[in-house]
Each structure stands twice: as C-alpha cells, then as structure tokens.
Design a protein. Structure first.
Length: 74
C-alpha cells in the first residue's frame, strides 16, 4: 500500500515519519488524537493539514502496529 502523504526524510525531524515533508510528525498527530483532540480540532489548529493527512496517519499507525518481529534463536 503506497502512502505519499507520509514521508521519511533524514533531514526533516531527524528522519521521523512526517506529513507531506512538513515539520509535523505522525507521532504528534497520534498523540493529539490519543489526548482526546478531535480531527476537526486538529485541522482547526493546523490549517495546512488536510483530513486525508489524518486518515493517512491512522493507516500508517495501523500498518506499523501490525508489523511483527520474530526473534531468531540459535
């Protein structure tokens, strides 16, 4: 699944996933949502964001949460 709204660039926010290369990270959006802010409140506070950015953030987080690591043992 391609997601061109979430970008990872080493020179922006230390390589953390950001929204469209801007200096707002996926984790910041998730923290706002987890803290009880509604999508409409986030969009009002950050007018350069779009609803599709929030949707992409949630999809990205879901994919990351589904990622499995299987430890290898000898």
């Amino acid at each position: 699944m391609s997601n061109d709204r979430i970008t990872i660039k080493p020179d922006i926010c230390g390589g953390q996933p950001t929204i469209r290369g801007m200096r707002i990270t996926v984790s910041q959006i998730l923290e706002m949502l987890a803290g009880g802010m509604s999508i409409d409140e986030i969009l009002a506070d950050f007018p350069y964001l779009e609803r599709a950015d929030i949707d992409a953030t949630l999809k990205y987080a879901a994919r990351q949460a589904a990622h499995r690591e299987i430890p290898l043992t000898k």
